[in-house]
Write a protein that binds this ligand. Structure first.
Ligand code: AMP
Ligand code: TRP
Length: 358
Protein backbone atom coordinates (compact mmCIF):
# COMPACT_ATOMS: atom_id res chain seq x y z
CA UNK A 1 0.00 0.00 0.00
CA UNK A 2 1.68 3.21 -1.13
CA UNK A 3 1.45 6.41 0.86
CA UNK A 4 -0.27 9.42 -0.67
CA UNK A 5 2.06 12.18 -1.84
CA UNK A 6 1.83 15.37 0.21
CA UNK A 7 0.72 18.43 -1.70
CA UNK A 8 -0.54 21.92 -0.86
CA UNK A 9 -3.46 23.57 -2.68
CA UNK A 10 -5.16 26.88 -2.03
CA UNK A 11 -7.32 29.36 -3.92
CA UNK A 12 -8.30 33.00 -3.87
CA UNK A 13 -11.33 34.45 -5.63
CA UNK A 14 -10.69 37.25 -8.13
CA UNK A 15 -13.48 39.46 -6.85
CA UNK A 16 -11.50 42.69 -6.46
CA UNK A 17 -10.48 44.60 -3.33
CA UNK A 18 -7.78 42.10 -2.38
CA UNK A 19 -7.18 43.10 1.23
CA UNK A 20 -4.89 42.71 4.21
CA UNK A 21 -6.99 39.78 5.52
CA UNK A 22 -6.41 37.88 2.28
CA UNK A 23 -2.72 38.66 2.47
CA UNK A 24 -2.07 37.90 6.14
CA UNK A 25 -4.63 35.08 6.50
CA UNK A 26 -3.71 33.34 3.25
CA UNK A 27 -1.18 34.58 0.67
CA UNK A 28 1.63 35.39 3.11
CA UNK A 29 1.26 31.92 4.59
CA UNK A 30 1.47 30.30 1.14
CA UNK A 31 5.04 31.50 0.72
CA UNK A 32 7.03 29.44 3.29
CA UNK A 33 5.09 26.27 2.42
CA UNK A 34 7.00 26.28 -0.87
CA UNK A 35 10.07 25.03 0.99
CA UNK A 36 8.36 21.90 2.31
CA UNK A 37 5.71 20.92 -0.24
CA UNK A 38 4.78 20.90 -3.89
CA UNK A 39 2.30 23.77 -3.99
CA UNK A 40 -0.56 24.68 -6.30
CA UNK A 41 -1.99 28.18 -5.95
CA UNK A 42 -5.10 28.91 -7.92
CA UNK A 43 -7.08 32.00 -8.89
CA UNK A 44 -10.58 30.57 -8.50
CA UNK A 45 -12.43 32.42 -11.23
CA UNK A 46 -15.27 29.90 -11.48
CA UNK A 47 -16.08 30.73 -7.86
CA UNK A 48 -16.03 34.46 -8.60
CA UNK A 49 -19.25 34.32 -10.63
CA UNK A 50 -21.30 32.48 -7.98
CA UNK A 51 -22.44 35.52 -5.99
CA UNK A 52 -23.27 37.77 -8.93
CA UNK A 53 -22.47 38.43 -12.56
CA UNK A 54 -19.05 40.06 -12.92
CA UNK A 55 -18.21 42.74 -15.45
CA UNK A 56 -16.06 40.79 -17.97
CA UNK A 57 -13.27 43.35 -18.26
CA UNK A 58 -13.10 43.78 -14.48
CA UNK A 59 -13.07 40.03 -13.93
CA UNK A 60 -10.05 39.69 -16.23
CA UNK A 61 -8.28 42.53 -14.38
CA UNK A 62 -9.06 40.91 -11.04
CA UNK A 63 -7.70 37.54 -12.17
CA UNK A 64 -4.44 39.25 -13.14
CA UNK A 65 -4.41 41.22 -9.89
CA UNK A 66 -4.58 38.10 -7.70
CA UNK A 67 -1.91 36.47 -9.86
CA UNK A 68 0.29 39.54 -9.44
CA UNK A 69 -0.25 39.39 -5.67
CA UNK A 70 0.87 35.75 -5.59
CA UNK A 71 4.05 36.57 -7.51
CA UNK A 72 4.78 39.81 -5.66
CA UNK A 73 4.39 38.04 -2.31
CA UNK A 74 7.10 35.58 -3.31
CA UNK A 75 5.40 32.58 -4.89
CA UNK A 76 7.65 30.96 -7.48
CA UNK A 77 5.57 29.94 -10.52
CA UNK A 78 8.43 27.89 -11.93
CA UNK A 79 8.98 25.60 -8.97
CA UNK A 80 5.28 25.54 -8.05
CA UNK A 81 2.04 25.94 -9.99
CA UNK A 82 0.08 29.18 -10.36
CA UNK A 83 -2.97 29.26 -12.66
CA UNK A 84 -6.62 30.24 -12.96
CA UNK A 85 -9.25 27.61 -12.34
CA UNK A 86 -11.32 28.02 -15.53
CA UNK A 87 -8.36 26.91 -17.69
CA UNK A 88 -8.49 23.41 -16.19
CA UNK A 89 -11.86 21.85 -17.02
CA UNK A 90 -11.31 18.98 -14.59
CA UNK A 91 -12.31 21.23 -11.67
CA UNK A 92 -15.83 21.66 -13.01
CA UNK A 93 -16.03 18.02 -14.08
CA UNK A 94 -15.10 16.68 -10.64
CA UNK A 95 -17.41 19.26 -9.04
CA UNK A 96 -20.33 17.67 -10.91
CA UNK A 97 -19.41 14.27 -9.54
CA UNK A 98 -19.10 15.75 -6.05
CA UNK A 99 -22.54 17.36 -6.46
CA UNK A 100 -23.76 13.78 -6.61
CA UNK A 101 -21.73 12.76 -3.53
CA UNK A 102 -22.51 15.74 -1.26
CA UNK A 103 -25.96 15.81 0.34
CA UNK A 104 -28.39 18.76 0.25
CA UNK A 105 -28.37 18.75 4.05
CA UNK A 106 -24.59 19.18 4.19
CA UNK A 107 -24.60 22.15 1.84
CA UNK A 108 -27.62 23.73 3.54
CA UNK A 109 -25.61 24.01 6.74
CA UNK A 110 -22.82 26.09 5.20
CA UNK A 111 -22.69 29.45 6.98
CA UNK A 112 -21.03 31.18 4.03
CA UNK A 113 -24.01 30.23 1.84
CA UNK A 114 -26.45 31.47 4.46
CA UNK A 115 -24.55 34.76 4.82
CA UNK A 116 -24.14 35.36 1.11
CA UNK A 117 -27.63 34.23 0.10
CA UNK A 118 -29.15 36.43 2.79
CA UNK A 119 -32.88 36.50 3.36
CA UNK A 120 -33.96 35.83 -0.19
CA UNK A 121 -32.55 32.37 -0.83
CA UNK A 122 -34.83 31.87 -3.82
CA UNK A 123 -32.73 34.42 -5.66
CA UNK A 124 -29.32 32.88 -4.87
CA UNK A 125 -27.67 31.12 -7.81
CA UNK A 126 -27.49 27.34 -7.84
CA UNK A 127 -23.73 27.87 -8.16
CA UNK A 128 -23.60 29.71 -4.83
CA UNK A 129 -25.24 26.71 -3.18
CA UNK A 130 -22.94 24.20 -4.91
CA UNK A 131 -19.84 26.39 -4.30
CA UNK A 132 -18.35 24.06 -1.64
CA UNK A 133 -18.44 21.04 -3.92
CA UNK A 134 -16.44 22.99 -6.50
CA UNK A 135 -14.02 23.94 -3.73
CA UNK A 136 -13.69 20.26 -2.75
CA UNK A 137 -13.05 19.46 -6.41
CA UNK A 138 -10.33 22.15 -6.61
CA UNK A 139 -8.49 20.47 -3.78
CA UNK A 140 -9.13 16.83 -4.57
CA UNK A 141 -8.48 16.96 -8.31
CA UNK A 142 -4.85 17.22 -7.15
CA UNK A 143 -5.42 14.92 -4.18
CA UNK A 144 -3.98 17.75 -2.07
CA UNK A 145 -3.22 16.87 1.54
CA UNK A 146 -2.82 20.37 3.04
CA UNK A 147 -4.83 23.55 2.47
CA UNK A 148 -3.73 26.90 3.95
CA UNK A 149 -6.71 29.25 4.39
CA UNK A 150 -8.16 31.81 6.78
CA UNK A 151 -10.43 30.78 9.61
CA UNK A 152 -13.61 31.48 7.61
CA UNK A 153 -12.93 28.49 5.32
CA UNK A 154 -12.79 25.88 8.07
CA UNK A 155 -16.32 24.63 7.51
CA UNK A 156 -15.74 24.24 3.77
CA UNK A 157 -12.67 22.12 4.48
CA UNK A 158 -14.64 19.90 6.83
CA UNK A 159 -17.13 19.41 4.03
CA UNK A 160 -14.26 18.55 1.68
CA UNK A 161 -13.25 15.78 4.09
CA UNK A 162 -16.85 14.55 4.29
CA UNK A 163 -17.03 14.35 0.50
CA UNK A 164 -13.69 12.52 0.27
CA UNK A 165 -14.73 10.09 2.98
CA UNK A 166 -18.12 9.33 1.43
CA UNK A 167 -16.54 8.76 -1.97
CA UNK A 168 -13.89 6.50 -0.43
CA UNK A 169 -16.58 4.54 1.45
CA UNK A 170 -19.12 4.31 -1.36
CA UNK A 171 -16.49 2.96 -3.77
CA UNK A 172 -14.17 1.21 -1.35
CA UNK A 173 -14.43 -2.23 -2.97
CA UNK A 174 -13.97 -0.88 -6.46
CA UNK A 175 -11.00 1.27 -5.34
CA UNK A 176 -9.22 -1.72 -3.89
CA UNK A 177 -10.12 -4.01 -6.87
CA UNK A 178 -8.50 -1.47 -9.18
CA UNK A 179 -5.50 -1.10 -6.87
CA UNK A 180 -6.06 2.65 -6.65
CA UNK A 181 -6.16 2.97 -2.86
CA UNK A 182 -3.56 4.87 -0.88
CA UNK A 183 -2.76 4.59 2.79
CA UNK A 184 -3.96 7.29 5.14
CA UNK A 185 -4.77 7.80 8.78
CA UNK A 186 -8.32 8.49 9.92
CA UNK A 187 -7.95 9.38 13.58
CA UNK A 188 -5.77 6.59 14.88
CA UNK A 189 -6.93 4.16 12.25
CA UNK A 190 -4.98 3.34 9.11
CA UNK A 191 -7.34 3.10 6.14
CA UNK A 192 -7.23 2.93 2.35
CA UNK A 193 -8.92 5.49 0.16
CA UNK A 194 -8.57 7.22 -3.16
CA UNK A 195 -8.95 10.78 -1.88
CA UNK A 196 -6.92 12.05 1.08
CA UNK A 197 -8.68 13.59 4.06
CA UNK A 198 -7.23 17.03 3.62
CA UNK A 199 -5.72 18.86 6.59
CA UNK A 200 -6.55 22.54 6.95
CA UNK A 201 -3.60 24.81 7.76
CA UNK A 202 -5.28 27.63 9.67
CA UNK A 203 -3.60 29.73 12.29
CA UNK A 204 -1.19 32.46 13.18
CA UNK A 205 -2.12 35.83 14.60
CA UNK A 206 -4.11 36.85 11.49
CA UNK A 207 -6.25 33.81 10.70
CA UNK A 208 -9.21 36.15 11.08
CA UNK A 209 -8.45 39.80 10.38
CA UNK A 210 -11.36 41.98 11.44
CA UNK A 211 -12.82 45.17 9.94
CA UNK A 212 -10.95 48.32 10.96
CA UNK A 213 -14.35 49.91 11.60
CA UNK A 214 -15.84 47.08 13.67
CA UNK A 215 -13.78 44.45 15.48
CA UNK A 216 -16.78 42.12 15.54
CA UNK A 217 -16.97 41.80 11.72
CA UNK A 218 -14.34 40.18 9.53
CA UNK A 219 -12.44 42.32 7.04
CA UNK A 220 -14.15 41.62 3.75
CA UNK A 221 -14.04 42.55 0.08
CA UNK A 222 -17.70 43.44 0.09
CA UNK A 223 -17.88 45.77 3.12
CA UNK A 224 -19.40 49.03 1.81
CA UNK A 225 -16.90 51.07 3.86
CA UNK A 226 -13.48 51.53 2.23
CA UNK A 227 -12.14 52.48 5.65
CA UNK A 228 -12.92 48.96 6.90
CA UNK A 229 -10.08 47.37 4.95
CA UNK A 230 -6.56 48.02 3.74
CA UNK A 231 -6.33 46.88 0.14
CA UNK A 232 -3.07 45.65 -1.34
CA UNK A 233 -2.94 48.54 -3.79
CA UNK A 234 -3.34 51.27 -1.14
CA UNK A 235 -0.55 53.83 -1.10
CA UNK A 236 1.18 54.98 2.09
CA UNK A 237 -1.27 57.84 2.63
CA UNK A 238 -4.28 55.57 2.37
CA UNK A 239 -2.73 52.99 4.71
CA UNK A 240 -1.89 55.71 7.25
CA UNK A 241 -5.36 57.23 7.08
CA UNK A 242 -7.16 53.92 7.53
CA UNK A 243 -5.04 52.90 10.52
CA UNK A 244 -5.34 56.34 12.09
CA UNK A 245 -9.13 56.13 11.77
CA UNK A 246 -9.32 52.51 12.92
CA UNK A 247 -11.77 51.97 15.74
CA UNK A 248 -10.13 51.49 19.16
CA UNK A 249 -11.03 51.80 22.81
CA UNK A 250 -9.66 54.39 25.26
CA UNK A 251 -7.42 51.99 27.24
CA UNK A 252 -3.69 51.41 26.85
CA UNK A 253 -2.44 48.07 25.51
CA UNK A 254 -2.43 45.33 28.15
CA UNK A 255 0.52 43.24 29.29
CA UNK A 256 -0.96 39.85 28.52
CA UNK A 257 -3.21 38.16 25.99
CA UNK A 258 -5.98 37.85 28.58
CA UNK A 259 -6.07 41.63 28.62
CA UNK A 260 -7.24 41.57 24.98
CA UNK A 261 -10.33 39.50 25.73
CA UNK A 262 -13.45 41.64 25.12
CA UNK A 263 -11.31 44.24 23.31
CA UNK A 264 -11.84 43.07 19.69
CA UNK A 265 -10.55 46.24 18.03
CA UNK A 266 -7.35 46.29 20.08
CA UNK A 267 -6.92 42.54 19.58
CA UNK A 268 -7.26 42.99 15.81
CA UNK A 269 -4.59 45.71 15.54
CA UNK A 270 -2.20 43.71 17.73
CA UNK A 271 -2.82 40.63 15.54
CA UNK A 272 -2.13 42.61 12.38
CA UNK A 273 1.08 43.99 13.87
CA UNK A 274 2.17 40.50 14.91
CA UNK A 275 1.48 38.96 11.49
CA UNK A 276 3.21 41.78 9.60
CA UNK A 277 6.30 41.46 11.79
CA UNK A 278 6.33 37.62 11.79
CA UNK A 279 5.89 37.26 15.51
CA UNK A 280 2.95 36.55 17.81
CA UNK A 281 0.60 38.74 19.79
CA UNK A 282 2.31 38.01 23.12
CA UNK A 283 5.63 39.38 21.81
CA UNK A 284 3.92 42.51 20.48
CA UNK A 285 2.35 43.07 23.89
CA UNK A 286 5.65 42.59 25.64
CA UNK A 287 6.99 45.47 23.54
CA UNK A 288 3.94 47.75 23.73
CA UNK A 289 2.34 46.97 27.11
CA UNK A 290 1.02 50.20 28.60
CA UNK A 291 1.27 52.10 25.28
CA UNK A 292 -1.65 54.26 24.18
CA UNK A 293 -3.02 53.95 20.64
CA UNK A 294 -1.48 57.36 20.01
CA UNK A 295 1.86 55.55 20.13
CA UNK A 296 0.88 52.14 18.80
CA UNK A 297 -0.98 53.31 15.70
CA UNK A 298 1.94 55.28 14.20
CA UNK A 299 4.19 52.25 14.79
CA UNK A 300 1.64 50.08 13.00
CA UNK A 301 1.41 52.56 10.11
CA UNK A 302 5.17 52.49 9.69
CA UNK A 303 5.29 48.70 9.76
CA UNK A 304 2.35 48.29 7.35
CA UNK A 305 3.80 50.77 4.87
CA UNK A 306 7.19 49.07 5.07
CA UNK A 307 5.70 45.58 4.44
CA UNK A 308 2.82 46.30 2.04
CA UNK A 309 4.46 49.11 0.02
CA UNK A 310 7.00 46.94 -1.83
CA UNK A 311 4.39 44.26 -2.59
CA UNK A 312 1.99 46.84 -3.98
CA UNK A 313 4.79 48.34 -6.09
CA UNK A 314 5.72 44.93 -7.48
CA UNK A 315 2.05 44.18 -8.19
CA UNK A 316 1.77 47.40 -10.18
CA UNK A 317 4.92 46.54 -12.14
CA UNK A 318 3.60 43.08 -12.97
CA UNK A 319 0.13 44.32 -13.84
CA UNK A 320 1.63 46.73 -16.36
CA UNK A 321 2.53 43.68 -18.47
CA UNK A 322 -0.59 41.50 -18.68
CA UNK A 323 0.96 39.30 -21.38
CA UNK A 324 3.60 38.17 -18.91
CA UNK A 325 0.98 37.34 -16.27
CA UNK A 326 -1.13 35.49 -18.84
CA UNK A 327 1.92 33.42 -19.82
CA UNK A 328 2.46 32.42 -16.18
CA UNK A 329 -1.20 31.34 -15.94
CA UNK A 330 -1.08 29.39 -19.22
CA UNK A 331 2.07 27.55 -18.19
CA UNK A 332 0.65 26.78 -14.75
CA UNK A 333 -2.63 25.58 -16.25
CA UNK A 334 -0.83 23.15 -18.57
CA UNK A 335 1.07 21.64 -15.65
CA UNK A 336 -2.01 21.54 -13.43
CA UNK A 337 -4.04 19.82 -16.15
CA UNK A 338 -1.50 17.04 -16.38
CA UNK A 339 -2.08 16.11 -12.74
CA UNK A 340 -5.82 16.74 -12.79
CA UNK A 341 -6.53 14.71 -15.91
CA UNK A 342 -4.88 11.61 -14.45
CA UNK A 343 -7.03 11.89 -11.34
CA UNK A 344 -10.19 12.28 -13.41
CA UNK A 345 -9.35 9.13 -15.40
CA UNK A 346 -9.04 7.21 -12.12
CA UNK A 347 -12.28 8.67 -10.79
CA UNK A 348 -14.23 7.84 -13.94
CA UNK A 349 -12.90 4.32 -13.88
CA UNK A 350 -13.80 3.94 -10.19
CA UNK A 351 -17.35 5.13 -10.88
CA UNK A 352 -17.75 2.83 -13.90
CA UNK A 353 -17.98 5.31 -16.76
CA UNK A 354 -17.09 3.67 -20.09
CA UNK A 355 -14.06 4.95 -21.98
CA UNK A 356 -12.24 6.41 -18.97
CA UNK A 357 -8.84 5.09 -19.97
CA UNK A 358 -9.19 5.37 -23.72
P1 AMP B 1 -11.56 34.97 -0.74
O1 AMP B 1 -11.26 36.37 -0.99
O2 AMP B 1 -12.91 34.79 -0.09
O3 AMP B 1 -11.33 34.07 -1.89
O4 AMP B 1 -10.54 34.51 0.38
C1 AMP B 1 -9.21 34.16 0.07
C2 AMP B 1 -8.46 33.71 1.29
O5 AMP B 1 -8.33 34.79 2.21
C3 AMP B 1 -9.10 32.55 2.06
O6 AMP B 1 -8.07 31.68 2.51
C4 AMP B 1 -9.77 33.24 3.22
O7 AMP B 1 -9.90 32.39 4.33
C5 AMP B 1 -8.78 34.36 3.50
N1 AMP B 1 -9.45 35.49 4.15
C6 AMP B 1 -10.47 36.23 3.65
N2 AMP B 1 -10.85 37.19 4.51
C7 AMP B 1 -10.03 37.05 5.59
C8 AMP B 1 -9.89 37.76 6.84
N3 AMP B 1 -10.67 38.80 7.13
N4 AMP B 1 -8.95 37.34 7.70
C9 AMP B 1 -8.14 36.29 7.42
N5 AMP B 1 -8.20 35.59 6.27
C10 AMP B 1 -9.13 35.96 5.36
N1 TRP C 1 -13.67 29.45 -0.84
C1 TRP C 1 -12.40 30.09 -0.74
C2 TRP C 1 -12.60 31.50 -0.19
O1 TRP C 1 -13.59 32.13 -0.42
C3 TRP C 1 -11.67 30.13 -2.05
C4 TRP C 1 -11.38 28.76 -2.55
C5 TRP C 1 -11.94 28.13 -3.60
C6 TRP C 1 -10.41 27.85 -2.00
N2 TRP C 1 -11.40 26.90 -3.78
C7 TRP C 1 -10.46 26.68 -2.82
C8 TRP C 1 -9.55 27.90 -0.93
C9 TRP C 1 -9.68 25.58 -2.55
C10 TRP C 1 -8.75 26.78 -0.66
C11 TRP C 1 -8.81 25.64 -1.46
O2 TRP C 1 -11.76 31.99 0.45
Amino acid sequence: MSKIQERVFSGIQPTGNLHLGNYLGAIKRFVPLQNDYDCIYCVVDLHAITASMQNPAELADNIREVTAAFLAAGIDPQKHIVFNQSQVAEHAELAWIFNCVARMGWLSRMTQFKDKAGKDREKASVGLFAYPSLMAADILTYRATHVPVGEDQKQHLELTRDIAQKFNNDYSERISDLGLGEAMMVGDEKVQGYFPLTEPLIGGPAARVMSLRDGAKKMSKSDPSDLSRIVMTDNSDAIAKKIRKAKTDPNPLPETLEGLVDRPDADNLVGIYAALSDTDKASVLSEYAGAQFGTFKPALVELAVEKIGPIAAEMRRLQADPAEIDAVLANGADRAREIASRVLVDVKEIIGFVGARR
